[in-house]
Structure formats: C-alpha cells, structure tokens
Design a protein around this ligand. Structure first.
Ligand code: FAD
Length: 404
C-alpha cells in the first residue's frame, strides 16, 4: 500500500554536504518539507570538522572532472557565503613547491590544469620570488595561488544548519538510518528503536558510511569506502612564524592525496600533515581503534588486496610516518628546511572516506549513484568541503532529473 510521504526529502548526514543539499532543496522549493537526520549528536561530527580547513582554488583536478568544475565554482560560492554571514575566511595564498628539477614536469602539468580549470590569479614563480613569498621555504620553482584560503568548515556547517532550520527544515540528531525500503511512491527510512520516517525521496550524504547506506538501498557494493586516516601534527607556537601561507609539495599524480603540507589555521595553529594510513575503523580518531565490522568490510573487499599489491611500498611508508615524528618533520623540511622533529606537537586525526573500486583503483572524482527514490553520494573526498555549495546544486539537479 502507498503510504503518504511525511516529507518531500530526507537528507541523511549532517556534514557540510548534507546540510548544503538541504539548504539548496529549500532554496529551490521553499515550501518543501525537508528532514535532515544525523547519527551523531551534533553536526559536522566527522570529515567536515577533521580536515585541513583549506578552501582549494581548483589547481589539481583533471580538466572536465566534477572536481575541476565544482571546486572553482564552489570556492567562489563559499567565499561569498562566508562574506555574507560574517564567517572568517582568509585568502592567505598557497605555494606548491617543486624541490627538485625532476618535479618540474609535474608542476607544469598542475599549471596547465589550473589554467584550464579557470583557477583565479594562478602564477608560476621562480626560486627567488618563492623566497619573497615564504622566506623560510626553498625550492626550484613553485605555483602560487593567492586565491587559496582557509576557513573553519565546522563553523560553515553550523551556519548551514541554522539556515536550514530557519528555512523550515527539521534536524534530527542521534538518528542513525539502518534500513531503507521503497514502498510505492515513498521511501521508508528506519532509525533508532525501529522509528520510521517516510519521504518522497532520500538524499544520502553519509561520508564514511556511504557505501553501506547505498547497499542497504539496493545499490551495487562497488565502490567500497576504505578509511584512510589523516594524522596531523602542529608546529610549536614559537615556530609558527616559519610559515606565512599554505605550503604544499608537488603531489604524486597517481594518488588522490596531496602530500604532507603546512597549513595555517583560522585559530592560529599551523598544521603539518596529513598522512594517509589505511586503518581498522571508520572512526579511528585514535589510531588504535579497531571495529570488527569495518575491518571485515575492508579485508573482504577484493579492491583492498588489488590496491595493496600496487601500493604496498606507499603503505609501509605511511606506517613509518604514523610511528615517527622525525619522518614527518623530514617531509616538511624538504620545502621548509628549518622544521625539526622537536618543533612538532601532537594534533588530531581525520578519517577520509575514500572509495576504492573492486579493481583496486582509488576513485578520484566525486561520484553520485541512484536507486529508486534515492540519490547517493558515493565519493566526496577533498575538495568536497570547498565544493559543497556547488556540489549541492549539482545533487539537487540530479534529484530533479531523476524525478522528471
Ligand atoms: C584529513 C582530511 C583533510 C581534508 N582536507 C580538506 C580541505 O582542506 N579542504 C576541503 O575542501 N576538503 C578537505 N577534506 C575533505 C572534506 O572534509 C570532505 O570532503 C567533506 O567534509 C565531506 O563532507 P560530507 O558531508 O560528505 O561528509 P561528513 O562530514 O563525513 O558527513 C557525513 C555525515 O553522515 C553521517 N552519517 C553516516 N551514515 C549515517 C547514517 N546511517 N545515518 C545517519 N547519519 C549518518 C555521519 O555521522 C556524518 O556526520 C579533507 C578530509 C580529510 C579527512
């Protein structure tokens, strides 16, 4: 029997993406009945509040990819949003530094991508100008992106939550979706204690648990989310003046991670990191956390083993990084030579929801998939926080297209 839908849309996940989607749906249809459900007892409980806090300008991404399209657009929307709401977002600029001649072809490729993607104000600088911008850094050449900035994404997320409440949406915290079933013209989501909500559609922005929710709704298992922990250290307060803006290495183009960088934060800390270590729990904020269900999902996935066969050396290196402050410092010292292990203090870890295909490939681009009456965000790694307002518009388009 067709039950009458209680809501037009249920959004699962109150990270930056879920809240941006709820806001976008309400902007398009102000009378829509929208519910946001979140398993944690507060918004921004996972990736959104455990990251580098960088507003990316769009340099790295393959031309034509969703990341390329939505990062440039998303950064512009985000700066504008922060301006309008009095949220501190600072264009402190970034250098991507080639420390050796052998990295110059990769730097050329990044410059080509940045220009193709329409990154504002991007410039190539030589060794001398690099030093003028960052007196403690060193390298043979760099890309300078003055438009790249920093923000506290948790603050953005809290403001988005206020927006959606003010627009009439309901936000239920501590409400974990366990089951999804289509019943005629509505979808039923079962939560704590068997509580059920019904809606015309669901939009799942579940981050580290995106694959499980999608599979619960009947989507294929492929790709699976593997949790890669990004561990950060921070500079001692008296050493923060080693860095003025953001300092990044030239990344390995075959991996979706950007390498260990130096990142000033809005609160004045300077982060060094993140690493990228495959861990035994999707919420391994403490490195030793192990959840049997997460470990089983990781180890039973053929893609994990195919990935390991290709990247085992990188994996060993990441274990070394997780265990050794000295190794961390050595990375940073390649482009800021005065950084020493004694300058680094513990900071925090963030868990990346990285989709990995059955073929062992780390999925690079943002991925959406569809089941009846539901849209699933299957891969939204960095720069999805930067891109969130633009990606939300794309998701709302997809919702409308799948109804029409
Ligand atoms: C170490 C690290 C560094 C990063 N640096 C940057 C950066 O500098 N700039 C940038 O743009 N991006 C960065 N990112 C990426 C960025 O943080 C993420 O892309 C973004 O936060 C994704 O937002 P989200 O809302 O999809 O996910 P999340 O913030 O993880 O939110 C998903 C939410 O869904 C909820 N949920 C899951 N399953 C259920 C369920 N069954 N029922 C109810 N609720 C559920 C979760 O509790 C969670 O709150 C970084 C990420 C990491 C981990």
């Amino acid at each position: 029997m067709d039950a009458r839908a209680t809501y037009d849309s249920v959004v699962v996940g109150a990270g930056i993406l879920g809240l941006a989607v709820a806001r976008e749906l309400l902007a398009r249809q102000p009378r829509a009945r929208v519910l946001v459900v979140e398993q944690a007892d507060h918004v921004a409980a996972h990736q959104t509040a455990h990251n580098s806090g960088v507003i990316h300008a769009g340099v790295y991404y393959a031309p034509g990819s969703l990341k390329a399209q939505l990062c440039v657009d998303g950064a512009a929307r985000l700066y504008d949003y922060c301006d309008r709401h009095g949220i501190d977002a600072r264009r402190i600029g970034k250098l991507i530094i080639a420390t050796e001649e052998s990295e110059l072809p990769a730097l050329d490729e990044l410059e080509r991508r940045a220009r193709h993607n329409g990154v504002p104000e991007i410039r190539r600088v030589g060794a001398a100008e690099l030093k003028e911008i960052e007196p403690h850094a060193t390298g043979v050449a760099a890309l300078h992106s003055p438009y790249t900035g920093i923000v506290d994404f948790r603050v953005v997320c809290e403001r988005l939550a206020e927006d959606v409440r003010e627009a009439g949406a309901e936000l239920r915290l501590g409400w974990q979706v366990d089951r999804m079933q289509v019943r005629g013209r509505s979808i039923r989501l079962t939560g704590p204690g068997g509580d059920v909500v019904q809606a015309s559609r669901a939009v799942c922005c579940a981050g580290l648990w995106a694959d499980r929710l999608a599979a619960a709704a009947g989507a294929p298992q492929d790709p699976r989310i593997l949790p890669f922990r990004g561990g950060y250290l921070r500079l001692r307060p008296e050493r923060r003046d080693l860095v003025r803006g953001l300092i990044y290495p030239v990344p390995d183009p075959s991996l979706p991670f950007l390498g260990i960088h130096l990142t000033p934060r809005i609160d004045g800390e300077v982060l060094v990191g993140p690493s990228a270590l495959l861990v035994a729990a999707r919420d391994a904020y403490r490195l030793a956390t192990l959840r049997p269900v997460d470990l089983r999902d990781t180890l039973s996935w053929p893609g994990t083993w195919r990935m390991a066969a290709r990247w085992w050396r990188t994996g060993l290196h990441e274990i070394h990084l997780a265990a050794s402050r000295r190794a961390f410092a050595a990375h940073a010292a390649r482009y800021v030579p005065s950084v020493r292990a004694e300058d680094l203090l513990p900071a925090f870890g963030g868990l990346r929801a990285q989709a990995v295909g059955r073929n062992g490939k780390l999925v690079d681009d943002f991925v959406l998939s569809y089941t009846p009456r539901a849209v699933h965000v299957r891969n939204a790694p960095s720069p999805a926080a930067t891109s969130s307002l633009a990606l939300a518009a794309r998701i709302a388009d997809a919702v409308q297209a799948h109804e029409g």
